[in-house]
Write a protein that binds this ligand. Structure first.
Ligand SMILES: Cc1cc2nc3c(=O)[nH]c(=O)nc-3n(C[C@H](O)[C@H](O)[C@H](O)COP(=O)(O)OP(=O)(O)OC[C@H]3O[C@@H](n4cnc5c(N)ncnc54)[C@H](O)[C@@H]3O)c2cc1C
Length: 482
């Protein structure tokens, strides 16, 4: 009997029926997340129904010294929820209760498997919504959003998940249930909730999340502006922000991304555009009207050759349809593609887009750009055909070169999709050994046994007890002290 067989027995007798999956075929359902390039069949899958079952599962893993990985909806694009062949995948899809919606408090309390958009659906009758809106909002879970500190089109004005989570109940990697943060705006002591948000399942599993709700705006206006070049669209974006206007969203698509979106959803964007911007303003009617006039003037002043203003919610939805379906739409013009995710200072947009164009031409690999221009958060889609020998490798090179560009211009290797296992190899390009050791120190404080999602974020899976690399000074590094 293997360790996993014994663990499966323990979990089956400890949890109710139907919580543990060990059938090989069923396990394969969970072998990858949104980054389908990497696949590992998990050793076991457990579907807890509440926090107590989740804690019990983690404790059983600790006792058996078996790694565990949390999974929400599996839409992650960096392989964060990639399972371990000898480990347990803890899936939160049965933990979908919206425990409380409290408009007076502007708070909602939800279980981690709750779908992002469902929080908004629950809050809308009271005049509220949940602001962070990843393009995957119809399917991704709040637990996954917290773990990835996810962003979205409207995070330019409203901030990322970190700005909207005020409390979390968490199962620590030792199996204890703890509360981080709370209902009040701030708690004394170290910001452990801040550390947890964005920790990609390496510091424990969120079992209940308290989020901030945002009042539905009095009015919303949406503009589609077409430009001949991405330079012009980038300049218009910078001009809007420099004028002191903070739109709810500024999204950009280049010619190739537009071509893909048209092929997939016939969104009817202006013909001949080298780039389009979707600019959305929301807030009090008078303010929106005044700022909208400013924004249209700035787009025209920076070369927009066509401006369309959404006349009604249906037209607004059509503007967004092209943008929101762009990732999937690329499948219409290329058999395979890599969704890259890096961030740069917004002012560097025109230059970085040029350099991406140069890299793309030099390698003979097409790159479509569709991204959150207002945040400088790039999503280059690197197109290739896996059936053509050498193309996948060239696409990987282009993808890595784009990450180097982001670092060169003072940005980061990920804007919102996390490091996961996919980008762990890029971490040393951005951080020194000391930086990485310091992060390990924090991780080891939560997870001394290194069982919570090992092999993610850090370039080499290091357990706290392992003898680390020696450094020049040959002195112990902080993480060695644990
Ligand atoms: C079409 C498409 C569009 C996307 N657009 C965006 C976008 O605009 N912005 C954006 O930020 N992302 C986007 N994403 C990426 C993805 O949707 C987000 O990263 C999302 O937050 C993942 O949620 P999930 O529930 O699917 O998490 P999963 O993929 O299941 O897991 C992601 C990570 O979270 C951890 N995790 C999951 N649940 C928990 C928990 N309860 N406690 C602790 N850790 C946990 C996992 O271990 C893993 O490391 C997109 C993905 C797709 C496929």
């Amino acid at each position: 009997m293997t360790v996993l067989d014994r663990l499966a027995d323990v979990l089956r007798s400890g949890l109710g029926p139907g919580r543990v999956i060990s059938d090989r075929q069923e396990l394969r359902t969970y072998e990858c997340d949104g980054l389908a390039h990497y696949k590992v069949t998990p050793g076991l899958v457990v579907l807890p129904r509440d926090a107590a079952e989740c804690a019990r599962t983690v404790r059983a893993c600790v006792e058996a010294n078996v790694p565990f990985v949390a999974r929400g909806s599996g839409t992650g694009l960096s392989g964060g929820a990639l399972p371990h062949a000898d480990g347990v995948l803890i899936v939160t899809s049965k933990m979908r209760a919206i425990v409380e919606v409290a408009p007076d408090d502007e708070r909602a309390v939800v279980e981690p498997g709750v779908i992002n958009l469902h929080v908004t659906h629950a809050a809308t009758p009271a005049g509220y919504y949940y602001a962070p809106d990843p393009s995957s909002q119809q399917i991704c879970s709040i637990g996954g959003n917290v773990a990835e500190n996810s962003g979205g089109a409207h995070c330019l004005k409203y901030g990322f998940t970190a700005n909207h989570v005020i409390g979390a109940q968490v199962v620590t990697p030792a199996g204890d249930l703890v509360e981080l943060g709370g209902r009040a705006p701030d708690s004394p002591g170290y910001d452990l909730l801040g550390a947890f948000v964005g920790s990609e399942g390496t510091l424990g599993i969120a079992t209940r999340v308290t989020v901030r709700l945002t009042r539905l705006p009095e009015s919303v206006r949406t503009l589609l502006a077409a430009f001949e070049t991405t330079d012009q669209a980038g300049a218009a974006t910078s001009a809007i922000i420099a004028a002191g206007v903070v739109p709810a969203a500024v999204e950009m698509m280049d010619a190739l991304a537009i071509e893909a979106a048209e092929a997939a959803v016939a969104c009817g964007y202006p013909a001949g555009a080298g780039a389009v911007l979707i600019v959305e303003l929301d807030g009090p009617l008078a303010e929106v009207e005044a700022q909208f006039a400013q924004v249209t003037a700035l787009c025209e002043g920076n070369g927009a050759f066509e401006l369309r203003i959404a006349a009604d919610p249906a037209e607004r939805a059509l503007f967004w349809k092209g943008r929101k379906s762009a990732f999937a739409a690329v499948g219409r013009i290329s058999p395979d593609y890599i969704v890259q995710d890096g961030v740069i200072p917004r002012t560097a947009l025109p230059e970085v887009l040029h350099r991406i164009g140069e890299v793309s031409r030099a390698h003979g690999v097409r790159v479509a750009n569709v991204f959150h221009a207002g945040d400088g958060n790039l999503h280059p889609l690197v197109l290739f055909d896996d059936a053509v020998p050498g193309q996948a490798e060239r696409a990987e090179e282009v993808s890595g070169a784009i990450i180097d560009l982001c670092i060169e211009y003072g940005g980061s290797i990920t804007g919102e999709h996390g490091v996961g296992m996919d980008k762990a190899k890029y971490m040393p390009r951005m951080f020194t050994d000391d930086d990485l050791e310091t992060m390990q120190l924090l991780r080891c404080a939560f997870d001394p046994a290194g069982l919570a999602n090992p092999g993610k974020i850090f370039p080499t899976p290091r357990l706290c007890g392992e003898v680390p690399r020696r450094h020049k000074a040959d002195e112990p590094r902080p993480a060695e002290l644990f």
